[in-house]
Design a binder for this molecule. Structure first.
Ligand code: SF4
Length: 169
């Protein structure tokens, strides 16, 4: 116990705050995104996230997008627990064989109109895991993907900017 406490107390902080310029860029992109979402949906955008076999870092960035620094919810984006409440499906990781049916079923459970966003290089073509014995399909071969957000992993700001660019189309 003493060893754990000592490590905790001596370890440096692993996160850092946004710089002032980054904050204003995030703020203006987020507010623009909020306006676009309101114009297109008349309300907030609800997203269901599914991890089909990632290393966990893409999820960490999505979780960070919901933390008090980025606070994506204030820009009209809510992550929901059920696909039945979702407008969009956000998928991370390569498509492992075990997750293929789950991904399909999640997509089928969503009400129309619906769309799919993939996040991270693995979600495009397997990324780091390409060629693995456990992957034989890409996500866009199972569900129709309309937006891919590249990165390994993409930062919360990249995710917000990509959503804004997509919403403007
Ligand atoms: S894209 Fe990178 S961070 Fe995301 S799941 Fe793949 S290896 Fe992990």
């Amino acid at each position: 116990m003493y060893k754990i406490l000592k490590t905790r107390l001596l370890k440096k902080v692993m996160t850092r705050s946004l710089k002032p310029g980054q904050t204003s860029a995030l703020e203006s992109a987020g507010l623009e995104l909020k306006k676009e979402i309101r114009r297109k949906f008349g309300r907030s955008l609800h997203i269901r996230e599914v991890d089909t076999g990632s290393c966990g870092a893409c999820e960490s960035e999505i979780i960070a997008a919901n933390n008090p620094i980025y606070d994506i919810q204030r820009f009209g984006i809510n992550f929901v627990a059920s696909p039945r409440h979702a407008d969009a499906l956000m998928v991370t990781g390569p498509l492992s064989k075990n997750m293929e049916i789950a991904l399909k079923k999640t997509y089928e459970a969503m009400p129309e109109p619906k769309f799919v966003i993939t996040v991270g290089d693995c979600a495009l073509d397997g990324g780091l895991f390409k060629g693995s014995y456990y992957i034989d399909k890409k996500i866009n071969e199972v569900v129709p993907v309309v937006l891919h957000i590249p990165g390994c992993p993409p930062s919360p700001s990249t995710i917000i900017q990509a959503l804004l660019d997509f919403m403007k189309k």
